[in-house]
Design a protein around this ligand. Structure first.
Ligand SMILES: [Zn+2]
Length: 112
């Protein structure tokens, strides 16, 4: 009986942890977001650009453009698991990056 109680407590704790990861809560925790873009990110970004030196969007349209930005294809919204998931990293040139950002900002506005 006691074990059962512990198990249900664990379940509750897991549910609470999920609530902490609420995507709307990250905006208030600015410092951790800024840490995400710190030294470690600069290193990871440089490494990604070395192995993916061309803009992915330009490449898709048959253009060869040097990428200078690593963008997250999935908006991470402060979620570090998504932030550091290399599968979602895309090398972009500044032109494509700013057009992607404009689209995302528009999507943000309609989402609110
Ligand atoms: Zn481009």
């Amino acid at each position: 009986m006691a074990l059962k109680a512990i198990k249900s407590t664990l379940k509750e704790a897991k549910g609470k942890q999920l609530k902490v990861a609420d995507p709307t809560s990250w905006r208030s925790d600015k410092s951790s977001t800024q840490r995400g873009y710190g030294y470690k990110w600069q290193q990871a970004r440089a490494g990604h650009l070395r192995s993916h030196p061309l803009c992915a969007y330009c490449q898709r349209e048959g253009r060869v453009t040097e990428a200078t930005v690593v963008d997250h294809s999935i908006p991470h919204r402060g979620d570090m698991a998504i932030f550091w998931d290399k599968a979602g990293w895309v090398s972009l040139c500044t032109n494509c990056h700013s057009s992607v950002k404009q689209r995302e900002e528009k999507a943000d506005l309609s989402g609110i």
